[in-house]
Design a protein around this ligand. Structure first.
Ligand code: NAD
Length: 453
């Protein structure tokens, strides 16, 4: 039996013994996860510095605070989420109890990505624990520092039988995917998402796929360009552009392109100085392979700013590309790096058409002072989320379901949404054995006198 099989079997027997189901146990494990984040913060920050050059502030803000908030929410709301949810009854079931009872699914496989390795791995774990499941946790091998800190500390804080960590690369993940889980929660690329779904189909295992794509950002002529570009520059270059919901490219009219370029450059300099390479707040590309991929994407496009790079330290400076066309290399795949292409369109109609000719993205961004423009983008496009006049921050509201649609993903999570996604919502109808007379009508023989009332 492989190590993966052994871990799964142990998690399953602990689950079947009812260990993870008791609400007290769920709360206790969530408290332990919170302790880990507090007591091992230094190790987490150091791992992320090595993995992605993340600053301590970046780690606190994007990896730790968000998970702590999620744990806190689960601790506060768990009893409400887990209790029966009464539903409206029909005339024939008035004397019965009818409700939906969330129940745990079993053992969930959580496969994380490397760009926010703590957030994308622990957020689903919070929901898995809250919903009473066991979970096998597979952090991304690409952010290897974080993976080894998770492997070391998660078993020290959480029940190691119920929540084992499996490290390793593609082959280890493939081994895991051969096994039968009760749900697979995958975060990563669309291409691998397809493989995960294929593997899951063999066991009829449901999946949540948190994938990627090219999130467009339309800037309307009628908007405060300096504020818009400030927010876009932040959303694009945080974590060196390696953010699934980063605005991938800008669409705007030719008349404002040079102003957009100037404003973005101004913000890059303000945020990261004239020398981002030495700026504490500017990260690095995760590895050489992604470095080469991003550099190759820029080929053939006009650099309006940046373009400087250093392969040995996986540094690519914040870069703006102008007059980019749909045929450019940079428009052929998700950039996932610090490169911001600008494509000019004749106006809103063409922008909407451009978006709709492509796969549905994780987010559609629109910047405008005009409600009608925002409304049209909302009504005439489709995406995991729509965000007007800011970037990324919809992720900070756990009440908003986070997820993609079409090629950007399947299913959604955060807060109660994760709880529901990793629960079976069981329909329960509890009837008394009394009042048999009301049932007479349904029993044969269906003679006329039974219906003549
Ligand atoms: P990655 O290469 O780390 O892969 C993610 C996971 O898939 C890893 O655990 C890895 O072991 C596994 N994996 C990789 N190749 C595999 C294969 N052939 N078979 C089985 N398992 C395999 O991460 P990535 O895919 O480079 O992540 C970046 C992508 O993730 C981007 O597209 C980004 O937009 C997306 N992403 C999405 C979200 C979201 O919430 N929607 C969040 C973060 C990242």
């Amino acid at each position: 039996m492989s190590r993966q099989e052994q871990l799964l079997q142990r998690a399953r027997s602990s689950f079947q013994a009812g260990k993870s189901k008791a609400v007290e146990h769920r709360l206790q494990q969530l408290h332990r996860l919170m302790d880990l984040l507090t007591e091992r913060r230094k190790d987490i920050c150091e791992a992320l510095r090595l993995d992605l050059g993340k600053s301590q502030h970046g780690t606190e803000l994007f990896e730790i605070l968000v998970v702590e908030g999620e744990i806190q929410l689960a601790l506060e709301k768990l009893s409400e989420w887990a209790c029966p949810r009464p539903v409206e009854k029909s005339l024939l079931t008035l004397s019965a109890e009818a409700y939906v009872q969330p129940e745990p699914l079993g053992v969930v496989l959580i496969i994380g990505a490397w760009n926010y390795p703590w957030a994308v791995t622990l957020l689903p774990l919070v929901g898995a624990i809250a919903a009473g499941n066991a979970a096998v946790i597979k952090p991304s091998e690409v952010s290897c520092g974080s993976a080894s800190v998770m492997e070391k500390f998660l078993p020290q804080y959480l029940d190691p039988d119920l929540y084992p960590v499996v490290t390793g690369g593609v082959s280890e993940t493939q081994e895991l995917l051969k096994l039968r889980f009760d749900h697979i929660f995958y975060t990563g690329s669309t291409a691998v998402g397809r493989l995960v779904m294929e593997a899951a189909a063999r066991h009829l295992t449901p999946v949540t796929l948190e994938l990627g794509g090219k999130s467009p950002c339309y800037i309307d002529r009628k908007c405060d360009l300096s504020v818009a570009c400030r927010r876009i520059t932040w959303g694009k270059f945080v974590n060196c552009g390696q953010t699934c919901i980063a605005p991938d490219y800008i669409l705007c009219e030719p008349s404002i392109q040079s102003q957009v370029v100037d404003e973005v450059i101004k913000c890059i300099k303000e945020f990261y100085t004239d020398e981002p390479r030495t700026c504490e707040d500017y990260g690095r590309i995760v590895n050489q392979q992604h470095y080469r991929r991003i550099m190759a994407l820029m080929e053939g496009s006009a650099v309006a700013y940046g373009g400087d790079a250093d392969q040995s330290s996986c540094y690519i400076g914040p870069t703006v590309l102008k007059d980019v066309t749909a045929e450019s290399k940079v428009m052929k795949e998700e950039i996932f790096g610090p490169v911001l292409p600008i494509i000019t369109v004749s106006g809103l109609d063409q922008a909407i058409q451009f978006v709709n000719e492509r796969e549905k993205p994780l987010v559609v961004y629109v910047f405008s002072n005009c409600k009608k423009v925002i409304r049209r983008v909302q009504d005439e496009t489709s995406s995991g989320a729509l965000l007007a006049n800011d970037c990324l921050v919809h992720f900070t509201i756990p009440a908003l379901p986070f997820g993609g649609v079409g090629h950007s993903g399947m299913g959604c999570y955060r807060g109660r949404h994760t709880f529901d996604c990793l629960s079976h919502l069981r329909s329960c109808l509890i009837k008394p054995l009394s009042m048999e007379a009301v049932n007479n009508m349904r029993y044969p023989p269906h003679t006329a006198n039974k219906f003549n009332h």
